[in-house]
Write a protein that binds this ligand. Structure first.
Ligand code: NAD
Ligand code: UDP
Length: 358
């Protein structure tokens, strides 16, 4: 990565005039109040962009906007709306003249998507079409989309490259793939480039512990569940199966620190080329088992996190982790933070905010 393109870290203070003035232009961030969106807003502000965020707080809290301003030293502009409201989005585009879009807003619970597929198609695909409609004819020249490694399903081979066949096995995965295709088709019609970023497993939090992941209800994901056990909100972690064909029998995933991920978005904005729309995996390229994560989290917490082995969870792939070559080549970016960093920062957030943003 060139020095010029290198985003600030979450601990470094912005050091250029542009970081204060927002002279790099305005980015429209959908889902700005969410877990990955909020961390990305901080990185954008620290790297000289202005941000206009939109969110309907379906899965987030308004207070996060204050914390973004506190951590970045300046606020984002913000409009509360549902991304399916095309007229409201069009007004935001007219009022703020963004030159880039990062599209995070969406629903992400695999199990819920099986139960309520229409809701997922409406928000994830309908919402994306609404956004594309709203930016048509605008000055937006760069578009970055939050996709997911879920689109690969249960891959036959690892590491997963961007040419690994897509075979999503849930409505959630299918909506992410459909949204990817709608965006690629839209960008091909105009002078606009971008990236479809397929994230692996985001965990961790801003190193201050002031913002982090705050799942509604019982967490579906491993790290937030383990941390809620550690903070005393839940009794014990259920480890879903230890009879997989892996060294310790538990599933292997590619966990990536959310601040690395956020910085990957800044790198993607800076690397986007007109009229090209590439798929890029964002992971670390390293696999960790469920028990690796439990052990690292226990180290960070300073006491063992109780767990029990239970049956496999339906639909879990045994092993999936990213080939990160394309991200390094195209974005000049790579994830630097380790599992120790991820657990330390996730614990800082959870221990300082035992009940999340409440
Ligand atoms: P999140 O739920 O914390 O953030 C999504 C935000 O979008 C929330 O603030 C929510 O209120 C908002 N939103 C939902 N529906 C909306 C609507 N109709 N109109 C306006 N705003 C709406 O989730 P996240 O973890 O930050 O994920 C962001 C994106 O990244 C999602 O698109 C998700 O599919 C994708 N992704 C997440 C993960 C992960 O594990 N966190 C992995 C791969 C991909
Ligand atoms: N997992 C687990 N217990 C939990 C949640 C998850 O053992 O309470 C396991 C899950 O089976 C998978 C890994 O942790 O092997 C990561 O799951 P997560 O839901 O966090 O992410 P996914 O890779 O499924 O998107």
């Amino acid at each position: 990565m060139s020095e010029q393109a290198k985003p600030n870290t979450d601990t470094a203070s912005p050091d250029t005039a542009s970081s204060e003035t927002g002279s790099r232009g305005t980015v429209l961030v959908t889902g700005a109040a969410g877990y990955i969106g909020s961390h990305t807003c901080i990185e954008l502000l620290g790297n000289g962009y202005n941000v206009v965020g939109v969110d309907n707080f379906d899965n987030s809290e308004r207070v996060v906007l204050e914390r973004i301003a506190e951590l970045a030293g300046r606020p984002i502009s913000f409009v509360e709306l549902d991304i399916r409201d095309t007229e409201a989005l069009r007004t935001v585009v007219t009022d703020h003249s963004p030159t880039s879009v990062i599209h995070f807003a969406g629903l992400k619970a695999v199990g819920e998507s099986v139960e309520f597929p229409e809701k997922y198609w409406s928000v994830n695909v309908g919402g994306t079409l609404s956004l594309l409609d709203a930016i048509a004819g605008s000055d937006v020249a760069t578009f970055v989309f939050s996709s997911s490694c879920t689109v690969y399903g249960d891959p036959a081979e690892v590491p997963v490259t961007e040419t690994t066949p897509v075979a999503p096995i849930s409505p959630y995965g299918r909506t992410k793939l459909a949204a990817e295709r709608a965006i690629a088709d839209h960008l091909s019609t105009r002078d606009c480039g971008g990236f479809l970023l397929r994230y692996f497993n985001p965990v961790g939090a801003h190193s201050s512990g002031r913002i982090g992941e705050d799942p509604v209800g019982v967490p579906n994901n491993l790290m937030p569940f383990a941390m809620q056990v550690a903070v005393g909100r839940r009794e014990s972690l259920a480890v879903f199966g230890n009879d997989y064909d892996t060294a310790d029998g538990t599933c292997i995933r590619d966990y990536i620190h959310v601040v690395d991920l956020a910085q990957g978005h800044v790198a993607a904005l800076q690397a986007a080329q007109k009229s090209s729309c590439d798929v890029v995996n964002l992971g670390t390229g390293r696999g960790s088992s469920v028990l690796d994560v439990v052990n690292a989290a226990s180290e960070a917490v300073g006491t063992p996190i109780p767990y029990e082995i239970v049956d496999r969870r339906a639909g879990d792939a045994a092993v999936i982790f990213a080939d990160t070559t394309k991200a390094t080549e195209l974005l000049g970016w790579q994830a630097d933070r380790t599992m120790v960093d991820m657990c330390r920062d996730h614990w800082a957030w959870q221990s300082q905010n035992p009940n999340g943003y409440q």
